[in-house]
Design a protein around this ligand. Structure first.
Ligand code: NAD
Length: 330
């Protein structure tokens, strides 16, 4: 079907939200996922092909069975600490996996790709807000793997006419407005889900907050949190953009507004009716003080602007965590 879109990593956090938005927009999202960190039950808006991007035959089979109008590529390992311990795992999965996907697309004649990249490709910021001209000098294997994947995509675009958009996300957060899906990583390394879980269930134990001696207004790290629904809208806009635009394009996705760890903690406390148990720990190596996006290019080329701020992020995440907890209790 020409209205099918291949969603690699569609069983994961952002991919599952994307499938829901694609279905709402009239597309059939076909998820390809090895379920290494994703969830079978999150694949609700189209079929699941349980396969690994490292399996070239399985990939070719997926492209033979379906005629995809485009590919959205979310599939990756994305834990920075794990990538430092296991660089090979990250380079194989994220770089070779992307290369296999590019080959399968070329073989099948599918020419539109939207790739999930990350602010981690920039490394230690030399200035903030960070725009797309900022040098890319990743400081961990995860960021490096995404940077290498981007470069591969750029070369396939140059050599084979692939139309591609790489979207460099800052911190994705929040949940589906209907509380059907949300963020459920294991282990969870992201601040917002960890704070909410700790606030709702004291047996979870304290959330570790790393560093309160940064050169920021309250001493804690400042990050740019972008609502997962805003992120997904940007992918729909990128798909539209690629109908007309040839070549390779890179856009930041963020709100341009930073929130400190302590500010997020305080907002969580106000909403959850109690303070999440937390513990201040020393800084982690490689955690920049401030990461905030300049996303004017996405506004200019995709006509996209974020609509939801920290309040909407926390409200939606809290609703989903509550719905999940009450479903678990039966
Ligand atoms: N969550 C964030 O804040 C954030 C920020 C920047 C970039 N990103 C990028 O966005 C993408 C999605 O992130 P997420 O938070 O939804 O992650 P996630 O772990 O929830 O989802 C990734 C999905 O990809 C699948 N997958 C991984 N390797 C695969 C392989 N070799 N073959 C098939 N499936 C595979 C996993 O099973 C999972 O379902 C990732 O590429 C990540 O690097 C995320």
């Amino acid at each position: 079907m020409e209205n099918s879109i291949l969603v690699c990593g569609g069983a994961g956090y952002i991919g599952a939200h994307m499938c829901k938005q694609l279905a709402r927009a009239g597309w059939v999202p076909v998820t390809l996922d090895n379920l290494s960190t994703g969830h079978r039950e999150a694949v609700r808006w189209g079929p699941l092909i349980e396969a690994d991007l490292l399996d070239r035959d399985a990939l070719a089979g997926a492209f033979e069975r379906h005629r995809f109008a485009a590919v959205l590529h979310f599939a990756a390992r994305s834990l920075v600490g794990e990538s430092v311990r296991e660089p090979g795992l990250y380079l194989r999965n994220n770089v070779t996996g992307t290369l296999n996907l590019l080959d399968a697309m070329q073989e099948a004649g599918v020419s539109r790709l939207v790739f999930s990249s990350t602010a981690a490709v920039y490394g230690e910021p030399r200035y903030v807000p960070i725009d797309e001209r900022h040098p890319s000098q990743p400081i961990n294997p995860y960021g490096l793997s995404k940077w290498m994947a981007e470069r591969q995509i750029a070369e396939y675009s140059r050599a084979h006419g692939l139309r591609a958009v790489c979207l460099r996300y800052f911190n994705a957060a929040g949940a589906d407005r209907d509380a059907e899906i949300g963020e459920a990583h294991d282990p969870e390394t992201h601040l917002i889900p960890n704070l909410i879980r700790a606030a709702l269930d004291p047996s979870v134990g304290p959330v570790r907050l790393f560093g309160t001696d940064y050169d920021t207004p309250d001493g804690s790290c400042v990050r740019d949190y972008i609502h997962v629904e805003d992120l997904c809208r940007a992918h729909l806009a990128a798909l539209e953009f690629l109908r007309e635009a040839a070549g390779f394009h890179v856009f930041n996705l963020g709100t341009g507004t930073g929130h400190s760890v302590l500010e997020v903690l305080e907002s969580c406390r106000a909403r959850c009716g109690g303070a999440p148990d937390s513990r201040i720990e020393p800084r982690r190596t490689g955690d920049p003080a401030v990461l905030v996006a300049q996303a004017d290019l996405a506004a200019e080329h995709l006509g996209w602007r974020p609509e939801l701020g920290l309040d909407a992020i926390l409200d939606s995440a809290l609703r989903w965590h509550r719905a999940r907890a009450s479903a678990a209790q039966g």
